[in-house]
Design a protein around this ligand. Sequence first.
Ligand code: HEM
Length: 601
Amino acid sequence: MPAMHQMRSLEEYDISPTTGFLPPEPPLRKLSDNYFDCWEEMFSDFNGLLLAGKLRQAIHKMPLLDHTRLKTVQEYRRAFLILCMLSHSYVWGKLEKTSETLPANLAVPWTGIANYLGLSPVVCHASVVLWNYRLLDPDGPIDLSNLNTLATYSGSLDESWFYLVTTAIESVGAPCLSAMVKSINHVREGDHRALVTELRTISTAMEGMNNALQRMFEKCDPYVFYWKIRPYLAGWENMAEAGLPFGLIYEGVDSFWSAETDEYADMSHLSEGERLLRQYRRYAGGSAAQSSLIAALDVFLGVEHYPTGKRPQVSQQQQKPDSRDQDVNDRYKQLPTPNPADELNNKMKEKSERPPFVRTNRNTFLRAMRMYMPRQHREFLEDLELAANLRSFMLQLEQHQKEKLSTEEAMVLDAYNDCLTQLKVFRDKHVQIVTLYIVNQARKGPNIAHGGFAIEKKKQQQEQETTTQDDDSDDVIHPTKKAKITTADHNVLYPQTALETSPGIRKGSLSAMVSTMFPELGLAKHVDPKTGVVRGTGGTNVLPFLKQSRDETADTRIGFASTSTSHRNGKSVKKSNETTTIVEKPAPERPRSWRNWFTSK
Ligand code: HEM
């Protein structure tokens, strides 16, 4: 029998037994060292500067600060949030062309701070959700009645709500973490009764998470989310359409430095182009797919994720004619390398293809998302993968005949299935949200012209028709020379919102230069404009990916859990062999009044 993997205490993974992945104390609201005043000042002004179109010039005047003067981890987190806000605002601008470069005064400290926290220098779930809240009443709870954000890109309440709902989910889900660790021990000790108690703690917490998720609709308008908030959360991986085919140039930061040897490599053998290429970084944008909480639940419950469209048949019974084994245009076929130059180097490519988390997660995108979690949280997931024993215990029980299960064993199975039901409900709601907040918005287009895409796209199409006949036009360089595409005045503000896209590289840009030097890079990412694929900030083909993830959760339930009905929060949960449905109890009759009618609408 393999040796049992011992987990460290939660605190050693920077997890609080009460607040989970959220820090036990609310995040800092100011860096106390005056040395960092210019960051703090820029942070309090950046929304206004962005609106006035003056952010970039203001940032150019900022000095390059030495981030190693930050002392505590709390200070590092605060500084990381500040630089996430400033850098993404700088790159995407407001009604400005995307910037291909990030100046050294942002890039250098941001990269250093990210290294310290075990993150990548790009906005992530940790920065905007875990480290971006304050309590209105310092003694009150971490819930939606008592929360505000420290910063938003758009300056809107909708954006605050978008982050805070997620913060609330992390808070209400916090009890799951110690319950998971205890459950693992109970499985080892064969203490079924105690295991049931912990599993119930988990399913109750997950019910709370689902209720919090449902509240997204209350104060975050899908239109505002899609057109005003989401563009800023985009990263620079798979962003050829946004004019960043190779990613973003981090000035002053290059990939010659090796973290392993802590040394710079000799660069004398490299051409100028290769040196430039080395400064590019490609990172996925911020997404709650980087939540360690949901990932931990998957690992603990043994939910296996496969590449999109490549899920194996589970059983004859569960066979469905869905997206399996279809080419769903998944851009994540291998773990991407942050530096495009590494793609040219086969050795690195092989290394990047070696999947680091294969026990439960064969979906490359979900695995890639772990690289955007704080180091200790990622380590927690890695250790949890080795220690998790619940799924194999459940499969052992499944081997027994139903009648031969003891009452306690049957209770364990039910409690396990309850947890999976809640996780499936979460993913059902999430698919609804994504349909409304992304897919529908993308299809409808913006209401007003400054959203840019719809109007410009039509114009672009017309111009494209003209330019394909006129081969001398050189508005846009296409390295493969197979087609010429004009950007016209393509509004690059929200290119990542486009439904169908073609890479547009600005004439005279650095990317244009690099793309002629390395034609094998970048435009290999060309998206077939006919796919009509709607992508997430991470570049997934959203709906097939999310629906598969939900189905993988549902199919993990154990088939023959006893048919019983348990009551929770006014809802009765009916369980049978194949399905678990949540039946809403009829609401008590309320006296008819205009107020009731209005609230019900
Ligand atoms: C307006 C609200 C939301 C939208 C529009 C949204 C959108 C998306 C999209 C597009 C993806 C696909 C991955 C990508 O390409 O980025 C995704 C994945 C994911 N999201 Fe959300 N999301 C929302 C809220 C949340 C919240 C509040 C959570 C809670 C933690 C969450 C958790 C996840 C998880 C765990 C995944 C990975 C897929 C999975 O595990 O099934 N999302 N989301």
